[in-house]
Design a protein around this ligand. Structure first.
Ligand code: GDP
Ligand code: MN
Length: 489
């Protein structure tokens, strides 16, 4: 199977461009515990442990160089050489889509799934059920989080996945889901509002399998992860019975080979009569993963029905935002209602914001400094509430907006501004802080550590502004002061 060169280049870049804030932010998201990417985090941790952390063999490094050289000679430039496309939008870090949208994409690659459609109203749900005919029908709440089956609604209704027999019963179940809040182990206590339900033919399940294609950072290549223990949390399987996790690395130039698909199908216990369909399904999933520049396509469960059919029942996609401009049809699937409102607001102003669970807000420039700042806060016993990366060339207005976002977060008990002025000038940051303080009341302690270009001017501006802030000399000093301030000391 041919893999397009831009896809390879994108793959290469997405794994290697650590200096790009978007990518580093993605890594941070998987490093710092947060509900949605938690499963990815533990998976990555699992694979990292199984390989030599961060080290790449000379052969791999050479083959990477070759891939980039080839894509260059074919006329594709690297991201840094590429001018931003006219319709460029602020990065999302990782884009998720709904199950019903994932099914639409999979169907384009002939991946077998059940018949069904999405409904936003009770009438639609009932109508779809009627069209599906006199069969068992499954109704599934559509949210960007897993664990729906075992979740429960705030209205007391248990489970976000239900099988019913008649259109009337489908309507009744949809009524308990639509407009209601579903809480699962991945949503956190706040839960998620259900705006749509998937109404589909129910599969008569004989066996549930786990199957995922993801980007393995350690080898900078796609990796298939599969297990006969599907339908349950894969993290638990990886922890309790690691021998039940099958891993198949894929050469990105060659793609998934027929022998590999067959080998996987055999390892997953498919009977000889099912091997062909299973292999075809795996190939379709791999092609989808490559075609849409995904960082993960996860199917849990992939099922064998009582009649021996092989089907995808639940699919989750993570898409690389750096490649979204190549897929306008996917960019259009973005559901802002499912995203962290703080991140949505930041992205409007071209800022890189990552929401976390602690109480110390961090305003930094550069992903490396963001990581170091979060590490040192944790080292001194604090927890970051977020980090907001103003990047290299933020304007005073952007810094002001950044500050407003940080202050608006009710969880925030202290703010740390940690700026190393390189391209970003310290006086611009200072002006931004002063500007923000004029429009929003600074209700929590603010620790500022500035260093680098125009630092004296920046410090002077802050001093003259009369703002109550805590000045810090270096990173350690700043971290200790902000951790203390957040604890009310
Ligand atoms: P998740 O809990 O968010 O991962 O949602 P899933 O779509 O994976 O559904 C959870 C569980 O519900 C699956 O593991 C299946 O056991 C069950 N389930 C999902 N779809 C169907 C279906 O069509 N028929 C039947 N009988 N069970 C289903
Ligand atoms: Mn599932």
């Amino acid at each position: 199977m041919a893999v397009s060169l831009p896809a390879i280049a994108a793959l290469y870049l997405s794994v290697n461009a650590f200096s790009c804030s978007g990518v580093a932010a993605t890594i941070a998201k998987t490093r710092v515990s947060r509900s949605a990417p938690a499963r990815l985090k533990s998976l990555i941790g699992f694979f990292m442990a199984a390989t030599v952390f961060g080290s790449i063999s000379a052969t791999q490094a050479n083959s990477r160089r070759k891939i980039v050289a080839e894509s260059r000679s074919a006329g594709y430039s690297t991201l840094s050489e590429n001018p931003e496309p006219a319709d460029w939008r602020p990065p999302l870090l990782v884009m998720n889509i709904h199950e019903y949208q994932a099914r639409e994409l999979l169907q384009k690659f002939d991946v077998a799934t059940t018949r069904g459609r999405v409904a936003a109203t009770l009438d639609e749900a009932e109508q779809i059920a009627r069209e599906l005919g006199d069969i068992d029908i499954v109704v599934k709440a559509q949210i960007h989080a897993g664990g729906r089956g075992k979740g429960s609604f705030k209205n007391g209704f248990k489970g976000g996945v239900h099988v019913r027999k008649t259109p009337q019963e489908v309507r009744e179940v949809a009524e308990k889901m639509l407009g209601e809040i579903l809480v699962t182990h991945q949503t956190g206590q706040a839960g998620r509002l259900v705006n749509k339900v998937l109404v589909a033919e129910s599969a008569d399940i004989a066996r549930e399998i786990y199957f995922a294609v993801l980007l393995d950072r350690a080898t900078a290549a796609p990796l298939i992860v599969a297990s006969t223990e599907g339908g349950v949390e894969i993290e638990t399987v990886a922890e309790k019975s690691p021998e039940k996790i099958i891993r198949e690395p894929i050469n990105p130039l060659a793609g998934l080979q027929t022998y590999q698909a067959r080998k996987l199908a055999t390892q997953l216990g498919f009977e000889s009569s099912q091997l062909k369909n299973a292999s075809k399904l795996f190939e379709g999933l791999y092609r989808t993963f490559i075609a849409y520049d995904c960082s993960m396509v996860e199917v849990n469960p992939l099922v064998v029905t009582s009649k021996g059919e092989v089907l995808v029942l639940d699919a989750k996609f993570n898409l690389d935002d750096n490649a979204l401009y190549r897929h306008p049809e996917i960019a259009a699937m973005r559901d802002i209602a499912e995203e962290d409102p703080r991140e949505v607001e930041a992205s409007k102003h071209g800022l890189n914001y990552v929401g976390l669970d602690g109480n110390i807000a961090c305003l930094v420039n550069g992903a490396g400094l963001a990581m170091a700042t979060m590490d040192i806060i944790k080292f001194y016993g604090g927890e970051p509430a977020n980090f907001l990366d103003v990047g290299g060339g933020a304007t005073e207005e952007q810094v002001t907006e950044a500050f407003k976002i940080l202050i608006a977060d009710k969880k925030v008990k202290a703010i740390l501004v940690n700026i190393f002025g390189g391209i970003m000038k310290c006086d611009v940051i200072a002006q931004g802080i002063i500007g923000a303080a004029k429009t929003v009341k600074l209700s929590v302690p603010l620790v500022v550590r500035l260093e680098g270009t125009n630092v004296e001017r920046g410090k002077q501006l802050l001093k003259e502004s009369g703002l109550a802030l805590i000045a810090a000399d270096d990173l350690a000093d700043a971290a200790q002061k902000v951790v203390g301030a957040a604890k009310g000391k």
